[in-house]
Write a protein that binds this ligand. Structure first.
Ligand code: LMR
Length: 400
């Protein structure tokens, strides 16, 4: 009965790892998926995460019962504080409902399903370009996906004018997906002043912000600074959705731990919204997993562990920034044609190199360097040892 099923293509991002794993070359480098690696090219489990896990193991009273549909209560409260700020009036006024979800993707999906059922405007605007999974998540939830201009290939920076024009032309009430910081794939963020202009425009047109916050702490190394776009929109008293992921900032990729928060106008509305989120979640996966959320809650509620986390997080962010400088210098030293300053100007996990599909294919074939075909490289996958190899590959791809 399944004979007519056709072979599907690999995922444009996760498929890069599949191809990389099949390559026997000893010099291969995976710069596809956004996953942090150490200078030795190894995955990193944070010390503070290991400590939290040990504490959870030693705590003999812990059980493996089902969590409530909305997840671990402590985790939800602490996650809201992390993104909105400890003194957020919206939290104090109980206008925020937060539910534990399956990392960033699951949080986006639950939010999108809720909007498709309960929000009057089913069109969502996503930046062009954006994370490859965004359009699929929203379309499958029943939203109509449109794009707004974001990246300008000529400047390798923000097309702010295009962004404002497209959001001005969006129908009143439309949902707008915003990357809270460290835009994926471009590494290009609006300035604080530009965020303020975006906020004013969106509020004047009653456009509904849906923030994707997958890199809090990764852009600048500072958790508060990386949440300032979201907090700007909360401070004006308006509504919004925010999806949080702990994959990158706590290195909990495979634990699938994240949260969806919906900021409402009143506490009463927030209570009703939460009751409906439960109806979205229960038939999808019943309730979220306990382990990752327990790790996060253990770290966030302990002042000393929280501090240790911020230090480890900053070390990851700093290593990525150092990779940017080293790659930039390596290309400059080789005299590679072109202006490569965007490597040091862009922020977060990725550099949107400007390399085209053919150049990427060339680098994979000749140099065993794996990256997404749009020219995005994960800076977190680089090390001082692999930078010369990447610089050689880019140089030849550009000049041959
Ligand atoms: C990425 O963009 O590489 C990450 O967000 C991982 C993913 O799931 O695509």
């Amino acid at each position: 009965v399944f004979a007519d099923v056709v072979q599907a293509p690999e995922d444009p991002i996760l498929g890069v790892t599949v191809a990389y794993n099949k390559d026997p070359s000893p010099v291969k480098v995976n710069l596809g998926v956004g996953a942090y690696r150490t200078e030795e090219g190894k995955p990193l489990v944070l010390n503070v995460v290991r400590r939290a896990e040990q504490m959870l193991v030693n705590d003999g009273s812990r059980v493996k019962e089902y969590l409530p549909i909305t997840g671990l209560a402590d985790f939800n409260k602490l996650s809201a504080k992390l993104i909105f700020g400890v003194d957020s009036p919206a939290i104090q006024e109980k206008r925020v409902t937060t539910v534990q979800c399956l990392s960033g993707t699951g949080s986006l999906r639950v939010g999108a399903e809720f909007l498709a059922r309960h929000y009057h405007q089913r069109t969502i605007y996503i930046p062009l370009p954006t994370w490859g999974n965004h359009p699929k998540v929203f379309a499958l939830a029943g939203l109509f996906v449109k794009t707004y201009r974001y990246y300008d290939p000529a400047t390798r920076g923000l097309n702010f004018q295009g962004l404002l024009e497209d959001l001005s032309a969006a129908p009143s009430g439309a949902i707008v997906l915003l990357h809270a910081c460290a835009h994926n794939p471009t590494g290009v963020d609006p300035t604080f002043e530009q965020w303020e202009q975006i906020r004013q425009l969106m509020r004047s047109k009653t456009l509904l912000p849906f923030f994707d916050s997958a890199y809090q702490g990764f852009a600048s190394g500072n958790l508060d600074a990386d949440a300032q776009s979201v907090r700007l929109f909360v401070e004006d008293g308006g509504e919004l959705l925010a999806a949080q992921s702990y994959a990158k900032n706590m290195g909990l990729y495979g634990e699938r731990v994240g949260a969806l928060s919906i900021v409402c106008k009143t506490a009463d509305v927030a209570t009703k919204v939460e009751s409906q989120l439960k109806l979205v979640i229960r038939p999808m996966y019943s309730s979220p997993p306990i382990h990752g959320a327990s790790i996060v809650a253990t770290i966030l509620k302990d002042r000393e562990m929280y501090h240790e986390w911020t230090i480890e997080l900053k070390a990851m962010a700093d290593r990525i920034i150092s990779m940017r400088h080293q790659l930039f210098e390596a290309l400059r030293a080789k005299g590679t044609p072109g202006d490569w300053t965007h490597i040091i100007k862009q922020i977060g996990m990725f550099t949107f190199t400007g390399l085209n599909t053919e150049q990427v294919a060339f680098m994979t074939k000749e140099y065993h360097i794996y990256m997404t075909s749009d020219g995005r490289i994960s800076m977190a996958g680089l090390s001082s040892k692999t930078i010369p190899h990447l610089a050689d590959a880019i140089h030849e791809a550009i000049t041959c």
